[in-house]
Design a binder for this molecule. Structure first.
Ligand code: BGC
Length: 253
């Protein structure tokens, strides 16, 4: 490893307000240098975002190591197939090809929650856990990653389960607590309904809860009334970048 991170895979976390990236030491699951943040452009079309990725990568030494990018949507073979909380131009975009062309790097796009899930299972809260681990991210929406014996089953999209006639993330994401000014207790009731549904469907060994609000997990995790073990994520806001870089490393040929 060099002090500049040259030669190491790079992770980019594409979020609603910021685009953050850093070279990643995938042996340790850590940033190799400080991460850089650039505001997300508005509108955040794939082309506009690709320009930002190119500028961000240009701040680091030239490298031919792969780049992983998180996207908050379904990703199949590098093509984005849904856009619940992002610019609708993403639907159908061949993101791997667009970003590879724009940056000159070998770019691999991965669902944001899948990246976080991989990182938590490999390095974080669920390290070494076998069986079915479900990692959920509570933010603007609800992201999910299903990981069985350490292997990711991508694009589970469990934030969009229909519960009592509602899209689950509209009722139980962290944004719904803020939007409706819910107390922690009232929000935890909704989360109980949500995680009970996941228990009924999947009988997991463990739930890991990520997303920005997991910093305050002591305020709501103990109030979630379910039978399965449920613990906070450990990598916090590093999970997207680290998971994306790991994904790119394992996906590139
Ligand atoms: C999207 C998922 C994403 C999650 C978290 C959902 O609305 O459909 O793909 O993982 O939000 O960003």
């Amino acid at each position: 490893m060099t002090a500049t991170g040259a030669g190491l895979p790079f992770g980019i976390d594409f979020g609603g307000s910021g685009i953050k990236g850093a070279p990643v030491d995938v042996a340790r699951g850590e940033f190799a240098t400080d991460r850089v943040r650039i505001d997300t452009p508005d509108p955040s079309t794939p082309e506009a975002v690709a320009e930002v990725f190119a500028s961000l990568l240009a701040m680091f030494p030239t490298s031919d190591a792969p780049v992983g990018v998180t996207v908050p949507g379904v990703v199949v073979k590098g093509v984005v197939n849904s856009a619940a909380n992002i610019d609708k131009h993403w639907i159908g975009a061949d993101a791997d090809r667009l970003f590879t062309d724009k940056t000159g790097r070998d770019v691999h796009v991965v669902n944001d929650a899948d990246a976080a899930g991989l990182a938590e299972v490999r390095y974080g809260a669920a390290k070494g856990r076998r069986g079915l681990v479900i990692v959920t991210t509570l933010g603007t929406g609800i992201g999910s990653a299903l990981v069985y014996d350490g292997v990711l089953v991508p694009n589970s999209e469990l934030g969009h389960l229909e519960i009592d006639g509602h899209d689950a993330e509209k009722r139980a994401a962290a944004s719904s607590r803020e939007r409706e000014d819910l107390s922690w207790k009232d929000w935890a009731k909704r989360l109980t309904t949500y995680y009970r549904k996941l228990e009924d469907l999947f009988s997991p060994e463990l739930f890991v809860v990520g997303g920005g609000v997991s910093k305050k997990s002591e305020k709501f995790l103990p109030l979630i009334d379910i039978d399965t073990e449920i613990i906070p994520a450990r990598l916090r806001n590093a999970a997207g970048i680290v998971g994306a870089a790991l994904y790119a490393t394992e996906t590139s040929d």
